[in-house]
Design a protein around this ligand. Structure first.
Ligand code: CMC
Length: 424
């Protein structure tokens, strides 16, 4: 282990360093305050490592993303979503028997307790499906109080993966006033979800394999992204000892924000706005650059990727293929490509290294698949679920985990005396 030196006034502090398997170096400041009363200040945790993790590696400068060492490009080409879930949760690819057992778990636990249907009835039809998803996931803890038991961890994780697609599809059915369709065990994980979304009792429905494959790809590309806002939330909530379902529900809420998973919905709304305004990309790029205007190009920029987002590259290609396979001609795809071109040639975006992120093309594919816009962030959540679970599990088993509790630099009033109401 090496060390770094921090000099402040005439005192020197020696700080140990930690080196990861990809030679990333972190300066361990965890004992600094004990030695010195100094803390580090890092707004938005842009330069702070919150843990050591062996799940996902990202090199944002080189556009590298790997789950458990496997490059995202290879995973996207070969894997099924359930294999990716297994890989993230267990650390290695499943063999045939392990895969069959895991697929069985994801199928067997897919139904919801019948009483939970009453919860859906209580929401107004306009309720955003992210509200329903987060509260239903939190509610699962009342049905499965074993959630925090070590020997029931795998069971509860499989349960949540299995039930999440049922909850998501029920929330959609609720919003359009159709009856809930129960999960069909003969179908694949993605096929089951599509069936619950789009089938109706009155008609025969066959899952289109193009949709099944597209969904598989989308879920895989969202499956993990190390210490992003929602995953850090899951870890933070879990670090207090909160149960699995409560921790994941908190992650779902964090994902909802437009700067995080909510961006995919905003991208389509923005592209539609440009379409309705008759094009004119430059106007929108200029608006995004204007410091007096809050407008941002949604689906652009990333805290970590500073060259390209490998997921966006895969999705841009997939968007062309999926739309062609489905025979969909969506003018928004052309607008997205043109907007990307205009932005990538603009000095403002080049200087700040702002590129399309995973959310830029995902919504176009979801639209072509018939998924309504207000379900896009739910789709992101379904994809990210195995990542959240893997991090929660890792956090729990890491002996270094302590309750997450950052410090602050206080900037308020210094001590003053209470003023009685009559004297104010
Ligand atoms: N449009 C215009 N300007 C932007 C954009 C954008 N989309 N993104 C960043 N900037 C500017 C920003 O104004 C700032 O400029 P300056 O240095 O002059 O003040 C600079 O680029 C750095 O931005 P930042 O907000 O400090 O960067 P961040 O790392 O804190 O934020 C981000 C990252 C993704 C929240 C941000 O780029 C953004 O708001 N993008 C749009 C929302 C979006 O697409 N979110 C999805 C992210 S990918 C999926 C996920 O993991 O959630």
């Amino acid at each position: 282990m090496g060390s770094a030196k921090l000099t402040l006034d005439d005192r020197e502090y020696e700080l140990p360093t930690v080196v990861g398997t990809e030679d990333e170096v972190g300066i361990d400041i965890s004992r600094l305050r004990g030695q010195s009363r100094l803390i580090t200040l890092d707004n938005g945790y842009a330069n702070t490592g919150s843990c050591q993790s062996s799940i996902t590696f990202i090199d944002g400068e080189r556009g590298i993303l790997r789950y458990r060492g496997y490059p995202i490009e290879q995973i996207a080409e070969h894997a099924s979503f359930s294999e990716v879930c297994y890989l993230l949760l267990e650390g290695d690819l499943p063999d045939q028997a392990e895969k069959e057992r895991f697929d069985h778990e994801l199928t067997y636990h897919s139904m919801l307790h019948e009483d939970m249907k009453k919860f859906f009835e209580g929401y107004p039809p306009t309720a955003h499906p992210m509200v329903i998803l987060s509260s239903m996931v939190a509610s699962l803890s009342s049905y499965y109080p074993s959630a925090n038991k070590e020997d029931k961890l795998r069971l509860n994780m499989s349960r949540l993966l299995a039930k999440a697609i049922t909850i998501a599809a029920f929330s959609y059915k609720k919003s359009i006033g159709q009856p809930f369709m129960y999960p069909q065990n003969r179908l694949s994980y993605t096929g089951r979800f599509l069936d619950m979304m789009f089938s109706v009792p009155a008609e025969e429905y066959t899952v289109n394999p193009v949709l099944e494959d597209a969904l598989n790809l989308l879920l895989i590309l969202h499956a993990d992204h190390e210490q992003n806002c929602s995953t850090s939330t899951v870890r933070m909530v879990g670090s207090s000892g909160a149960n699995l379902y409560a921790s994941i529900a908190a992650g779902i809420c964090a994902l909802w924000g437009p700067l995080h998973g909510g961006a995919n919905q905003k991208v389509i709304e923005q592209l539609s706005m440009i379409h309705e305004a008759g094009g004119g990309y430059r106007k929108f790029v200029d608006k995004a650059k204007d410091k007096n205007d809050d407008f941002r190009l949604m689906g652009f920029g990333h805290r970590v990727y500073k060259n390209f987002d490998p997921r966006a590259r895969i999705l841009k290609k997939a968007a062309d293929a999926v739309l062609e396979d489905l025979g969909v001609d969506d003018p928004l795809l052309e607008i997205a490509k043109n907007l990307e071109q205009v932005a990538l040639e603009d000095e403002y975006f080049v200087e700040r290294r702002l590129y399309p992120n995973v959310d830029f093309y995902s919504g176009i594919i979801y639209s072509a698949m018939g998924i309504p816009t207000n379900m896009f962030t739910v789709m992101f959540a379904l994809g990210r679920l195995p990542g959240w679970l893997a991090h929660w599990k890792e956090m729990r088993s890491d002996r270094a985990t302590r309750i997450n509790r950052p410090r602050q630099i206080y900037t308020g009033a210094t001590e003053r005396s209470w003023v009685p109401l009559a004297d104010r």
